[in-house]
Design a protein around this ligand. Sequence first.
Ligand code: FAD
Ligand code: SF4
Ligand code: SF4
Length: 407
Amino acid sequence: MTATPPTPPAVALAPHERARPMARDTVRPARDLCSDCGLCDSRWVAYVRRACAFLEQRFEAMEAAAHGRSRNLDDENELYFGVHQRMFTARLNRPIAGAQWTGIVSRIGVRALETGLVDAVLCVGQSPGDRFTPVPVLARTPEQVLAARVNKPTLSPNLAVLEQLPGSGIRRLLAIGVGCQIQALRAVQDTLPLDELYVLGLPCVDNVSRQGLQTFLESASRSPATVVHYEFMQDFRIHFRHEDGSEETVPFFGLDTPKLKDVFAPSCLSCFDYTNAGADLVVGYMGATFGRQWITVRNPRGQRLLDLVEEELDQAPVTSRGDRRQAVQQGIDAYDKALKLPRWLAEAVGWVVQRFGPAGLEYGRFSIDSHFTRNALWLRRHHPGIAERHIPSFARRIVSRYRLPST
Ligand code: FAD
Ligand code: SF4
Ligand code: SF4
């Protein structure tokens, strides 16, 4: 990382890349595939050609630079979950009220500031008028980190706040973010005016624009206006929490697939960075049993972040149960036909799958297989010209294990 902000080089964009002013009137070279990661709202747009996750996939180089090596494709766990030195499940002994799960991410952010490891934490607050509209911030106090707890399940322009770094006095930063944001951040890391950068990643799939979220909530929840929190959980149900504290659960298999097929952002339908390959430490849930969080330590910097909270965690090893493969293949065929099951049948399928279906790491592989096959098919149908170079080698290997419908 350099000591001074870069002088952006001239950006040579092809004519088709210049075209599209979006919400904040900036150029989006990735056009419809743009995930609104925010880089183009900062002076680091100058590096967009090699930084944008949707213009060029650079997983191997990114992993090698961040972790000292790229993933071993012959190791099933690395093929699926990326480079790692440690993987386990955990809960905070004292969960943070209002966090997405038990709040391990926010607690690490708080401790990173309290111990002086960093000067600021890049995290995502909410708009005063709408809890689901993300507002990225450089939090300087534990209170600001805590105020940013809980997911804003919409595309968030996290990297726009890089623009605030020069002159801010921030030299050591902890960045929290999802895969596409971290890919772009890693690509410009060496040009940032920082001495230290720590990266705490979240796994991520199926993100949506704010409008897309509205369509989803109206289709899936009995009371879309009062939803404060939701998650697709390992019991194959979507759990909605409402303002009055009540919980509503809906089986995955009962979703209105014909209506929701196009609700996810095109960026997310072309994304293969589910497990956040470039982060030092990843905190999710899908590889853990229900109610616990899933921790992947990729490198010594990730362990350093974990050290901040490790004595506050109730830990357990990862486990795995079942065989996902048949369920994934059936899901591919059902999705392609856009089937909607009646509620009673969806409940029955959910009941069986929850008791006898994949759990723990096998649930993680189920979810990865389902999303990678769907996304490979979507790319081949909607962007055949870029599909093969856009699908990274680890995803191609996973997708090749299944029979995909013709394009
Ligand atoms: P908290 O302590 O509540 O902290 C949540 C953190 O998320 C905050 O620091 C905030 O800055 C950050 N954040 C909020 N919204 C966004 C956003 N839009 N973009 C970037 N950062 C944001 N885990 C899985 O295992 N499988 C998934 O499929 C999955 N999908 C996700 C999709 C999205 C859009 C997001 C944001 C997260 C997803 N996660 C997924 C991660 C998971 O839901 C939890 O966020 C994670 O386990 C941390 O829980 P926590 O209680 O420690 O978080
Ligand atoms: Fe720019 Fe990010 Fe969109 Fe790519 S994804 S075009 S880097 S804002
Ligand atoms: Fe970014 Fe992928 Fe998440 Fe979409 S699914 S927001 S592209 S990391």
